[in-house]
Design a protein around this ligand. Structure first.
Ligand code: OFO
Length: 183
């Protein structure tokens, strides 16, 4: 009896996204190595933690496909690309990667909707929400660097920024979770 509960088209599209998440993980790993090598250990650590999150996203896709009776395929990944030119470039690239990823998730939601595969549509809503957090986190990085002085940032303010990012949570706080004590 065929127990597969997902179309081959969605199975392949979700499997491709599993590989995209793994590539994102490698990209953040490479940025973390770049930052640490430049002496920004706090920023490097933040990016390494983020690389791990992307890896977890890949596993989430893998498990879902398997749970629906499909079989994901691990593909060869392209190289992560050039190192960022500077911190502003690094944070802008993080934001760009997240926006591109959001668009990929939306395309999957569209596909699940078109197929009326509500289980997959529901599964993907977790990623829709996650991308709001990830984009906020990336915007926060850009804001923090601007506050530190952007291109004109002094070594001292960059040192403080590095320390701040070392302690920054991996998840952005959602506006609706804010309280008077924790705005
Ligand atoms: Fe940064 O995002 Fe995964 O999904």
């Amino acid at each position: 009896m065929d127990t597969k509960r997902i179309s081959s088209k969605l199975e392949q599209a979700l499997s491709a996204q599993m590989n995209v998440e793994d590539l994102q993980s490698h990209v953040y790993l490479s940025y973390g190595i770049w930052a640490t090598d430049k002496g920004y250990n706090g920023i490097g650590n933040f990016l390494f933690r983020h690389a791990q999150e992307e890896r977890n996203h890949a596993i989430k896709f893998m498990e879902y496909i398997l749970n629906r009776g499909g079989k994901p395929k691990v593909e060869a990944l392209p190289a992560p690309g050039n190192d960022p030119k500077n911190l502003a470039d690094c944070f802008n690239l993080v934001f760009k990667h997240e926006v591109e990823n959001t668009e990929k998730i939306y395309a999957l939601v569209d596909l699940a909707f078109a197929e009326k595969d509500w289980a997959t549509w529901n599964f993907l809503q977790w990623f829709v929400k996650e991308q709001i957090e990830e984009e906020s986190l990336a915007m926060d990085l850009i804001d923090k660097l601007n506050i530190a002085g952007g291109d004109q940032a002094t070594d001292e303010s960059l040192f403080t920024l590095d320390q701040t990012l070392a302690k920054m949570p991996d998840e952005a706080e959602m506006a609706r979770n804010a309280t008077a004590e924790n705005p």
